[in-house]
Design a protein around this ligand. Sequence first.
Ligand SMILES: Nc1nc2c(ncn2[C@@H]2O[C@H](COP(=O)(O)OP(=O)(O)O)[C@@H](O)[C@H]2O)c(=O)[nH]1
Ligand SMILES: [Mg+2]
Ligand SMILES: [Zn+2]
Length: 339
Amino acid sequence: MAKRHLTRRQSWRIEKIQTERAARAERRESRLIEELEGGDLGPELTGRIIAHFGVQVDVEGEDGQAQRCHLRANLPVLVTGDRVVWRAGNQGIGVIVAQLPRTSELCRPDARGILKPVAANVDRLVIVFAPLPEPHSNLIDRYLVAAEHAGIQPILLLNKADLIDDSNAERMDSLLSIYNNLGYPLLEVSALNGLSLDRLKETLDGHISVFVGQSGVGKSSLVNALLPGVDTRVGALSEVTGKGTHTTTTARLFHFPGGGDLIDSPGIREFGLGHVSRHDVEAGFIEFADLIGHCRFRDCKHDREPGCAFLAAQEAGRIHPQRIASYRHIIASLPEPEY
Ligand SMILES: Nc1nc2c(ncn2[C@@H]2O[C@H](COP(=O)(O)OP(=O)(O)O)[C@@H](O)[C@H]2O)c(=O)[nH]1
Ligand SMILES: [Mg+2]
Ligand SMILES: [Zn+2]
């Protein structure tokens, strides 16, 4: 066989292949070491975080069993509702090894004003209101903006339907008609006498919901009616750390016996509109979709500018005056942009 003379290019290629082989072997070895180290850990499984305690979480596996797990240091911030990959441990404590992609996240500003996720993969925002305390469309609109911004389907839930009488029926009807005309799903129920709770259960089946709304509208009563025998007030759970036992209040995931899940905590129930931009607010009013970009001035504030598409639509009766008022109110409440 003739002796082969290697060109520089060929020898470079061989060297490259050998380096790649070495790297592959190294990777194999490190995987082996990891496997030996983690020899007590079970196989990788998928699950959902149903409670969060700071450095530990409870994960519910596909079999419905809950398992306390440690969080690996390299993980992103995980919250209740997150889908994860986890491995069972030998001392009753497992390990979360990866976070699976989120379909949505609910965020709120922390004490320093930094937006933090509080729940993941929620797909129904149930906005609760009632004849009493008197409902404010402005508050409902804020929740709708938050829902649109987070990409979560809102459901308007009028509770205390048993309190509707001649004194408030007209007011309630005109409020409901605004949202009915916009195509938002609407339900009228009563936690007190059980009216339409079956329809509510059907609506929640197959989804992860949160209930929001002002204090006194009946959120606790509704949740208690939907989750009989579950004490959702037990939000504070103890956790043993190096510094001793301390308690953390956390959002928890509950299963409705009628199907579907609830993520709940006092903080979530009072959830408001987080930090959003003027653009987010505009996008949160679904009837504005056709108007955005059609004003004469690109930076139109839709206030009194000539050639404003919003004002023209309002004049033509295509936008409800209460919604425009809400929009202005929300915009006025935004912090000044920093530029
Ligand atoms: N009439 C009537 N009262 C209700 C209904 N649901 C709740 N309530 C009452 O409204 C008050 C506030 O309810 P609660 O569940 O604590 O509201 P939350 O602050 O939103 O959690 C309580 O006195 C409840 O008994 C209802 O459907 N009809
Ligand atoms: Mg309550
Ligand atoms: Zn305009």
